[in-house]
Design a protein around this ligand. Structure first.
Ligand SMILES: [Zn+2]
Ligand SMILES: [Zn+2]
Length: 282
């Protein structure tokens, strides 16, 4: 199906290859039900479901943009970079995401060890043998702690259990400069995901220009964590600069129930695909 100015877009979606709950089939079905004309798959440091989603979208007549959401560190903070249209046979890129996956696994182990040190009654060998049900979304340590009754949900995990230990939850990933360069060397287009995910008083020009200076080619202006005011100001800034503008729901299925596919609502006419256009698979 050809895209028109009125086609709905969602360029930030997670499957059960990372922390979402939906299988490729369920994701594409969800996209059909929400009348999405162009969708991307952007699992955290993972490419496992890309081929399957690609063939399913083709079957259903949905345009598809393959992506990866890559964790990076910039000025001591975690930033997610959306990499679209990369050559996933690229060794340097695969090494980078393998490193990030290793860091995420280590985070699981470190968080359990931290709780044991704090006096929680947890059997480390039981945890090590534990295999979590990917259909519930999230990650290993979170699932285990919920099953053991030590943690209620993802909010409880971040806000109570590890409130004082953010460094465990956000280990130092590769620098954003390296991530951007690696994406480009793999033929991909790096876009800054949700620049205002958390409350941050840095002005939009100040924040966004730092990323453009290191090679970011566009900004995810539409994101559920952005207020309308932030969305509009990001749009205005990106339009003036002529850079790529994207929109994403950061859909995780039942893992984050407040998010809906295609929300915040955006159509082709609301964004600026720029060079991303050449990466779309029909
Ligand atoms: Zn993210
Ligand atoms: Zn995401």
């Amino acid at each position: 199906m050809a895209l028109s100015r009125e086609s709905r877009v969602d360029l930030h979606i997670h499957s059960n290859a990372s922390d979402g709950t939906h299988s490729p089939k369920e994701l594409v079905q969800e996209a059909v039900e929400n009348n999405i004309g162009l969708m991307a798959l952007t699992d955290h440091d993972e490419i496992e479901n890309i081929e399957e989603v690609k063939s399913l979208t083709k079957e259903k007549g949905i345009a598809f943009l393959p992506g990866i959401e890559i964790s990076s560190t910039f000025q001591d903070k975690l930033y997610h970079i959306l990499a679209y249209g990369t050559d996933n046979g690229n060794k340097e890129l695969m090494k980078l995401i393998d490193h990030n996956k290793h860091m995420l696994n280590k985070r699981n182990d470190d968080s359990i060890k931290y709780l044991i040190e704090k006096g929680y009654e947890i059997d480390l060998s039981e945890y090590e043998k534990y295999e979590y049900d990917k259909r519930k979304g999230g990650w290993k340590s979170l699932s285990f702690l919920i099953e053991k009754g030590i943690c209620r949900d993802v909010g409880d995990y971040f806000n109570r259990l590890f409130y004082k230990q953010k460094t465990i939850l956000f280990p130092e990933f590769s620098s954003t400069e390296i991530v951007v360069r690696t994406i480009k060397n793999a033929g991909g287009i790096p876009i800054l995901a949700h620049p205002y995910y958390e409350k941050d008083n840095t002005s939009i020009p100040e924040k966004l220009s730092r990323f453009i200076d290191i090679g970011i080619e566009g900004v995810e202006c539409f994101h559920p964590n952005h207020s309308y005011d932030i969305i509009n100001k990001c749009l205005e800034w990106c339009k003036a600069k002529g850079i790529i503008i994207t929109a994403g729901s950061d859909f995780h299925g039942g893992f984050i129930e407040t998010r809906r596919m295609g929300i915040p609502e955006a159509k082709i006419k609301d964004i600026n695909l720029g060079d991303l256009e050449s990466k779309i698979i029909y």
